[in-house]
Design a protein around this ligand. Structure first.
Ligand code: EPU
Length: 415
């Protein structure tokens, strides 16, 4: 059954482990296109998007295998196909990150154009402009973007906005370009630093990843290596949100407080206590949360992916909070679903005004995307009666054993 059934729960207690970050693992898998041989990735989450990226790589001729140890090995032969088909790109926009590595290694790539989605229109103009600056040229026809180059050459690139995907695509192209590339206004997410660490281990020369200026000295060749994916900060935040609405005391094993500074600070304002723990992050919540204002921003700001969780928390907090979305204009769709559960949220343009209520009211709701789906499950934990979250497959795209993990903390969630 493709749904979660949730009942009021709490207080939560115990330890829950976070998996490797989806948004790092997918890019590391794409980066394996850069070097022949066998790559081994540890801590890759068992989620649907990883399966889709594996399918995409397989469609190009790579062998991807999950071992009993949990490690994912990727065997990259000398020759690979250079096309990303529509059937896969349609299911996962992140497929676009094969563009940079394919151009760098093979001088050509044909990738289906990703369409719009629940976040609204999501263009790839910055990806293309930055790769053009390195010497690629593009044509679009029949729903595909086709790139070619006779050899990439390092350049100075100033991104209009610190786009995560554009930074990653240009980084993966620049490592094999001739000479030096400087990416200014680069995205600073921990997943970018993880990608750079992997590339450097492969023999690349990337400096400054994690800051807004990344310098890349192109090298001739890269080699396959082993690497462990950084923990998923959004999954960690999901358990903190569940704790926030249910109360209790938990340890989020593997969570990196240093990757979630701003969020932890905001949660502190709302009354949730956290502290570093030898295993990850300890957290405690008692009584009702307090409302606060929140604006989403590129890292180190509050990630847009945390927003649905924060809206759930504000829905049952004391007072009024305003949430401003600065990254994806159309990312408020699940608000209607939360309101059907009794939340009092009004959306004005890219702001949501949330008037906290004491309890929500269980209802059938539909998960519109990964994070919003998880946030609706969390809402069900503080909703009287039964909440049924339909379209659970959206949540599977980004969460491994989501209901199991919540149940481990004492939450009443079944699949
Ligand atoms: N943008 C452009 N042109 C471009 C690229 C981006 O206008 O060429 C705009 C986007 O439309 C958006 C903003 O720039 O308004 C930021 O987009 P960004 O490129 O940073 O996002 P992304 O790489 O497409 C990744 C994550 C998202 C996460 C965002 C923001 C992956 C696979 N996805 O998307 O995560 O919300 O960064 O942090 O890494 C998720 O995990 O569910 C998810 C959607």
């Amino acid at each position: 059954m493709d749904r979660f059934v949730v009942h009021p729960s709490g207080p939560l207690e115990g330890t829950v482990a976070v998996a490797g970050a989806k948004n790092s693992a997918l890019k590391l898998m794409a980066a394996s296109l850069l070097a022949e041989g066998t790559h081994v990735l540890h801590n890759v989450p068992r989620i649907a998007d990883v399966d889709l990226m594996a399918d995409l790589l397989r469609s190009m001729g790579l062998a991807v295998e999950r071992h009993l140890t949990g490690a994912l090995s990727i065997d990259r032969p000398d020759e690979v196909g250079t096309e990303a088909p529509w059937e896969l790109v349609e299911k996962m926009r992140a497929s676009i990150v094969v563009l940079g590595p394919l151009l760098a290694r093979h001088g050509e790539a044909r990738v289906a154009l990703p369409g719009g989605d629940d976040f609204g229109h999501r263009p790839i103009d910055m990806h293309l402009a930055s790769l053009e600056a390195l010497g690629a040229s593009f044509t679009t026809a029949h729903g595909f973007v086709e790139g070619r180059t006779d050899g990439l050459v390092g350049a100075r690139i100033l991104l209009e906005f610190p786009s995560v995907g554009a930074t990653e695509n240009v980084l993966m192209a620049a490592v094999l370009a001739k000479g030096e590339t400087v990416i200014e206004n680069a995205a600073r997410e921990p997943e970018i630093a993880d990608l750079a660490a992997y590339l450097n281990r492969m023999g690349a020369k990337v400096f400054g990843a994690g800051s807004s200026t990344i310098v890349v000295e192109g090298v001739e060749e890269l080699v396959p290596v082993e690497h462990t994916v950084v923990p998923d900060r959004i999954e960690a935040a999901t358990f903190l949100a569940a704790l926030g609405v249910c109360g209790g005391e938990i340890v989020v094993q593997g969570a990196r407080g240093d990757h979630m500074h701003m969020l932890v600070q905001k949660l502190g304002d709302m009354g949730l206590r956290t502290s570093p723990h030898p295993d990850g992050l300890w957290a405690m919540a008692r009584g009702r949360l307090r409302a606060t204002d929140i604006a989403t921003l590129p890292y180190p700001g509050i990630a847009t992916d945390y927003k649905p969780l924060l809206l759930t928390m504000l829905s049952v907090a004391e007072g009024v909070g305003i949430v401003t979305e600065n990254v994806f204009s159309g990312r408020f769709r699940y608000v209607q679903e939360l309101n059907r559960m009794g939340a009092q949220i009004r959306v004005e343009d890219h702001h949501a005004i949330v008037r906290g209520v004491a309890r929500l009211s269980g209802a059938p709701v539909r998960a519109p995307d990964i994070r919003a789906g998880a946030a609706l499950v969390v809402a069900g934990l503080v909703a009287d009666g039964e909440t049924v979250v339909l379209d659970a497959h959206h949540v599977d795209r980004g969460y491994e054993r989501f209901d199991d993990k919540l149940r481990g903390l004492g939450a009443d969630v079944t699949r």
